[in-house]
Design a protein around this ligand. Structure first.
Ligand code: S6P
Ligand code: ZN
Length: 194
């Protein structure tokens, strides 16, 4: 138990552990949870809703999965997980994650690129925006208060490791309403952020 000011935080004991991350595939062993998002989970995220509906009819492909070894969602804990974001497009927009603010806005996050290539898009509620190119070895810092979304601009899965505070939580609703300022598009001239 630790005390800081008026707050008393109780940490449940958790044994140290070591996991194996396969940098190429993103496999995390062991893991205790796996979340998958298919095209049908992404309604409203892409500009071309018609292209999205067609993809759903054509087999509803996997867009990404998140593998995690769960720890208590509490102050003091760190959550580690891998994301495997498949290559592909909806219309001319590259496959991407839903994107979120942390429900506890004052929590940051670290991303480490493991394989494949893409972008990390970031924004704040008061108009801040940023885009960071991601590839193997890229270490990106998501400061507190910044929403974040990743986009796969390559031909192979874009795989990264994320580490974030246990109490962070996820707010998807705000992004569903506002979207991100940039879309990442496949064009004849190459990748364009618009
Ligand atoms: C969690 C962290 C990542 C994402 C994952 C999927 O805070 O940022 O693990 O959850 O990349 O993205 P999203 O936006 O669907 O949670
Ligand atoms: Zn996050």
């Amino acid at each position: 138990m630790t005390e800081s000011g008026d707050e008393t935080v109780t940490l449940k004991p958790l044994d140290p552990f070591a996991l194996i991350v396969d940098f190429r595939s993103g496999a995390l062993e062991p893991h205790t949870s796996r979340t998958e998002r298919r095209v049908s989970d992404m309604h409203g995220a892409y500009a071309d809703e018609q292209a999205l509906s067609q993809l759903v009819k054509d087999g509803d492909p996997l867009v990404y999965e998140v593998l995690q070894y769960d720890v208590p969602e509490e102050v003091g804990q760190l959550i580690c997980c891998t994301t495997v974001l498949q290559p592909g497009t909806v219309g001319d927009e590259y496959f991407m994650t839903k994107g979120h603010y942390h429900a506890a806005r004052d929590t940051g996050e670290v991303y480490l690129g493991l394989s494949g290539h893409g972008y990390l898009l970031l924004m704040t509620e008061d108009g801040g925006r940023a885009a960071k190119s991601m590839g193997p070895g890229a270490l990106a810092y998501v400061p507190p208060y910044w929403a974040h979304r990743t986009v796969n601009t390559g031909e192979e899965p874009f795989v990264f490791l994320a580490v974030y505070p246990g109490q962070a939580g996820h707010d998807y609703g705000t992004i569903e309403k506002t979207g991100f300022p940039e879309r990442v598009l496949r064009t004849p001239e190459g990748v364009v952020l618009r």
